[in-house]
Design a protein around this ligand. Sequence first.
Ligand code: XMP
Length: 321
Amino acid sequence: MSNLKVTMDTFIRDACENICGEAAGRPVLCALSGGVDSAVCAVLAHRAVGDRLTCLFVDTGFMRKNEGDQVTAIFRDTYAINLIRVDAQERFLAKLKGVIEPERKRKMIGEEFIRVFEEEAKKLGPIGCLVQGTIYPDIIESGADGHKQVKTHHNVGGMPLAIEFESVIEPIRLLYKEDVRQCAANLGLPEAFVNRQPFPGPGLAVRCLGELTKHRLDLLRDADAIFREEIEKAGLQREIQQYFAVLPGVQSVGVRNDERCYEEMIALRTVTTEDFVTANTARLPHELIETVAGRITSEIKGINRVVLDVTPKPPATVEWE
Ligand code: XMP
């Protein structure tokens, strides 16, 4: 057994003891986002308090393809955790109808998320403790602990501090992302969770520029799934920290079945980085890019052009909005 494993196993044992102590027999709530941080928190909390834990997963409709079903399958079926999945897709789309300004979009999604979360939490009756997946870089980026504020949307743990719980437990607040992944591996979470790419809180909404509609989100979801599948088929997923599709909201002329078409465009974004503060783009094999472009334009009706984003950060951010 390596020292790292011993250290992480000790961390897990201590974290569970702390959660158990802080919960002090009360019911515990944990918000699951689909990412590795909240997944680790949910499993730690489940080990600590068992059936007193309820997990809440708000499906905003901005998740990647099949992601909501995967979350449900793993936590409800494999771990037998009490999981409430809230289907809020239509509610989010209705709220965001006609909104195109990026900061407003982000703010509205954050606020709506809080509202849904509060409503659902209230339905559960009094819950003393909230477990949230704040990690150390969240604290730095949020401007807490005296650090400079980087982004308004990187609110600590992605959760509002306005919701009142008697205790907020943050079991992984001192861990960096790599430690969280190690913790996830030690807890036996599936590989897909352990190595899950970072995914913004507002999800695909910040990669779908312009108005959010079910149709446009589905185009993006399908293109994104193809891109990720091909990167993974080529075995490049460990070398590229993020790879995803963007729907920039640009339409252009093309030819489909010998007829003129005017359809949307997909941009492919990759980043290689150590800290996400600066980033480069990955040098993908050209054959791979062609395969992805060919599949996207032939399998998805409504996309007739694919471009590659080769901009480092800075000046471009990883996300497009
Ligand atoms: P940017 O776009 O700022 O992204 O270069 C840096 C990293 O942060 C992720 N990101 C977010 N993560 N909530 C998050 O938890 C957010 O709202 C959010 N926005 C961007 C982005 O995917 C990249 O890994």
